[in-house]
Design a protein around this ligand. Structure first.
Ligand code: NDP
Length: 312
């Protein structure tokens, strides 16, 4: 029987992914597979999916062995009641390396106080504020998954003392790994830079709120490339107003695009980046998708399966 793969994502993504997917299928010995944006639902074996697709009802896809998400975040599909097929999320080397670069770049910006000199070329010789070494700038990462652990290791290599916090207890060389409520309190109170790389789930909703923000060291900074829902915006704005939080660099928001009149845009202690921290890279992501298809066809377990109960 022919192997039928439906590509269900916004049309511009097809332009990006068609050739990389065909190449990866051919390299995996699956070059005979039909890959298309239009297939009869009852004949589809795998769905390559992005939440910007129109596909919402998975009920007619009775033959489908797996839905393979192109994005790392699955909040837009994980609660879909019609989805009974296994769901795999994206863990892509290109996505991970992009996130490491964004996190490292923005961490170094704040660590080195780069803005002071970049934004003040005004003839004043400001040489009284030499930054500390990285080893004196503790960093905490909330979320030690594919992205958080890679960022933790990169920052550790640069010399930052890195603490990571996750749901289950981890052990990563060079990183202080914490979990649980007490671990969160320690992770927040000991850091000068806090980086959010948690998924959007009911459990992570407003994990940074008035109470947890108050645990942070005065003058600490926040990077949020995770999800906008991780932060109680009103509480963060209040903490920024008092200077308790010295700066927040935010890549993700509750409403995207961030409305033009949102207070974050004008706040002197906020940097907005438009959800560009990282993205799935077609060449490497296609290989991940096809590896899962190969596994499905060989009867091997799928990689990166989403736990529906946990929501990520
Ligand atoms: P993973 O699923 O690999 O990792 C998630 C991490 O969060 C895990 O360490 C997990 O713990 C931890 N976690 C989840 N829930 C809780 C909780 N309730 N309490 C404590 N820890 C928790 O995801 P990724 O690393 O691949 O991606 C993380 C997020 O980054 C994505 O969900 C997405 O929202 C965001 N993202 C943003 C992008 C951007 O451009 N801004 C691009 C790509 C992703 P455990 O290890 O114990 O399971």
């Amino acid at each position: 029987m022919t192997l039928n793969i439906l590509f269900a994502a916004a049309s511009e993504r097809w332009d990006d992914y068609e050739q990389p997917l065909r190449r990866a299928l051919s390299d995996a010995g699956l070059g005979d597979a039909i890959l298309s944006t239009q297939l009869p639902a009852a004949e589809v074996d795998y769905i390559v999916y992005a939440p910007n697709s129109d596909l919402r009802d998975f009920t007619p896809y009775t033959r489908t062995k797996a839905v393979l998400n192109l994005w790392a975040g699955v909040e837009d599909i994980v609660t879909n009641p019609t989805l009974t097929q296994p769901l795999a999320r994206m863990v892509d080397d290109g996505l991970t390396r992009g996130m490491v670069e964004w996190v490292t770049g923005h961490t170094l910006r704040h660590h080195l106080n780069t803005d002071l000199h970049v934004l003040h070329q005004d003839g004043i010789w400001r040489n009284d504020d030499v930054p500390p070494l990285a080893c004196d700038r503790p960093v905490t990462i909330l979320g030690l998954g594919a992205l958080g652990s890679a960022c933790a290791q990169a920052l550790c290599t640069l010399g930052f003392p890195v603490t990571g916090w996750s749901r289950s207890q981890k052990s990563i060389e060079g990183i202080t790994c914490l979990s649980g409520d007490a671990g969160l309190r320690t992770a927040l109170s000991t850091a000068q830079i806090v980086i959010l790389l948690l998924p959007r789930t009911p459990q992570t909703e407003s994990i940074l709120n008035a109470e947890t923000l108050s645990l942070m060291a005065p003058g600490a900074m926040i990077l949020n490339p995770g999800r906008g829902t991780l932060i109680d915006d009103a509480a963060l704005l209040a903490a920024l107003d008092t200077g308790h939080v010295a700066h927040a660099t935010l890549d993700t928001f509750r409403t995207e695009p961030l409305p033009a009149d949102h207070p974050y845009w004008a706040h002197p202690r906020v940097t907005v980046t438009p959800h560009i921290a990282s993205t799935t890279r077609p060449a490497s992501a296609a290989r991940v998708i096809v590896e899962n298809i190969r596994r499905g066809e060989a009867g091997e377990p799928f990689l990166h399966l989403v736990d529906r109960a946990l929501g990520y």
